[in-house]
Ligand binder design. Structure first.
Ligand code: NAD
Length: 470
């Protein structure tokens, strides 16, 4: 089939490459001329494992092309996929101006029946608005259908997620459009779930909010583990073994970030309020997520006493491993918290340095050229993104390079016993301190980590939590 994709970002480019890979004729369109020029010259603007090769392979057999013209795409393609941004307004509601603009552009170019597929994450009932807009602006009264086909890919494993999805959701109110959509997805051996347009739109926000909820649930539990001396990994294994719950998304850490979860949870809260059914549970999910970082910085402060002038190394800038995406990354928020308190931060990421530098996302940070470079003379190392690369660093050398061998693992990536054996004072999320570190200067914070908190500390904590939830 001939397919046009409008918006050649993470979703648009990866979807375009995968649809070409299974044999469709795809044209990826973007408003950004520099990006399209680069793609035409063979330069891939994002890092996603395997994407480079897949794009080049399909360009070379002429199944994948790039353009800046919506008109060209609508003219030659039976299916038009919308994959433009849906960023949040400051109040959390979704900015739909990109979608509306594309709808008008499609309407201007529409000369014969087309299926318009919304792949961007949008509030329920957006499909109806897109259809109204196209009807209003297309004076020729050409027939078309609007379909919702939400995307569930995860950056870092996007190619596998697209080629072997758990399910394909097609929200469609017309048999004609449904049969075309089934042809688009015929080469994929995944279950197709057909719903109405509104339900498909809702599925995406509901799915992402549920995953965020799972993360906040385990993070809230990690605080309880720290206060009671229990081990979050064992607790997560214990509850995750229950098939009704499942182990995935139960890894305690610094909280969720990225371009999707924070904005989609905020959007779902806003949508629920707009339709008069406020989903307040999700506000607690947001609060726990924010507080997880605050709690982590407080523990770091407890260990180092004063953060001002401390040399702190941070490993990880991207919001998750195997991507160069730093949008809404918790690692960046954390670095900016530390810099704000006067710490001297040296950071390193296998793929994220360039974007942080180019967009000046952490003013004052020193971007190191390697993980080992970042830790030179550091008084503490913070692990903020769980890149597997960090597990293979020579930690004996890290120990030698650091001024004081204190490690704060914000993603529970490292093994506490190994770190202890190497002589580190090692702190992680929701896991008891390993025994050897009791002999070091970290002794001071053991009562806090093991939950033998004074009444004063506990009350202070409770007040802080109550204040944040207001
Ligand atoms: N990134 C993800 O992991 C992911 C996963 C699932 C769903 N989504 C959703 O998919 C949508 C796109 O996300 P993304 O991460 O790919 O965004 P992105 O910012 O990486 O890409 C969007 C692209 O659209 C282009 N664009 C904007 N206006 C345009 C126009 N009028 N015509 C043509 N191109 C235009 C931009 O230049 C950009 O290249 C969002 O709604 C997002 O929530 C994202």
């Amino acid at each position: 089939m001939r397919i046009a994709i409008i918006g050649t970002g993470y979703v648009g480019l990866i979807t375009g490459a995968c649809l070409a890979e299974v044999g469709h004729q795809v044209i990826c369109i973007d408003i950004d001329e520099v990006k399209i020029k680069a793609l035409r010259a063979g330069k891939i603007p994002i890092y996603e494992p395997g994407l480079d090769e897949m794009v080049h392979r399909n360009v070379s057999v002429r199944r994948l092309a790039f353009s800046t013209s919506v008109d060209e795409g609508v003219d030659i393609s039976e299916v038009i996929v919308i994959a433009v941004p849906t960023p949040p307004h400051t109040d959390g509601s979704v900015d739909l101006t990109y979608i509306e603009r594309v709808a008008r552009e499609i309407a201007d170019s529409l000369k014969q029946y087309r299926v318009i597929v919304d792949k961007s994450t949008v509030p329920v009932k957006t499909g109806e608005k897109v259809a109204d807009t196209i009807r209003r602006y297309n004076r020729a009264g050409v027939e078309f259908d609007v379909v919702s086909n939400p995307e569930f890919l995860r950056e870092g494993s996007a190619l596998t997620d697209l080629m072997e999805p758990d399910r394909i959701v097609i929200g469609c109110n017309s048999e004609r459009a449904l049969s075309i959509m089934k042809s688009v997805y015929a080469p994929f051996s995944a279950p197709i779930m057909v719903t109405d347009v509104n339900s498909a739109e809702l599925i995406k926000h509901a799915a992402n909010s549920f995953l965020a909820l799972k993360i906040s649930y385990i993070n809230a539990l990690s605080a309880i583990c720290e206060a009671s001396g229990a081990d979050i990994d064992k607790v997560a294994d214990g509850i995750g073994a229950d098939k009704r719950i499942g182990r995935s998304f139960l890894n305690a850490g610094l909280g969720y970030g990225g371009s999707c979860f924070p904005k989609d949870v905020a959007a779902f809260i806003s949508i629920s309020e707009q339709i008069g059914e406020p989903f307040n549970l999700l506000k607690e999910v947001q609060r726990i997520n924010r507080f997880q970082r605050v709690r982590f910085v407080r523990r770091l402060r407890d260990a180092l006493w004063v953060l001002k002038e401390k040399r702190i190394a941070v490993w990880g800038l991207t919001f998750k491993p195997d991507t160069d995406d730093v949008r809404n990354s918790v690692a960046l928020d954390l670095i900016n918290d530390l810099i704000q308190e006067g710490a001297r931060v040296a950071a390193y990421d296998p793929k994220g340095n360039e974007k942080v530098q180019k967009l000046n996302l952490c003013p004052g940070v020193h971007l190191a050229s390697s993980a080992l470079n970042a830790v030179q003379g550091a008084e503490a190392l913070v692990l903020a993104t769980e890149w597997p690369d960090f597990t293979s660093v020579d930690f004996a050398e890290v120990h030698r390079q650091m001024h004081t061998p204190i490690v704060f693992d914000g993603r529970n990536l490292l093994d506490p016993n190994t770190m202890r054996d190497l002589g580190f004072q090692y702190y992680s999320i929701g896991r008891p301190l390993s025994k050897a570190s009791r002999n070091g200067p970290a002794d001071r914070i053991i009562p806090i980590d093991l939950g033998i908190r004074s009444k004063y500390t506990r009350r202070k904590l409770r007040d802080e939590v109550a204040q944040r939830s207001r």
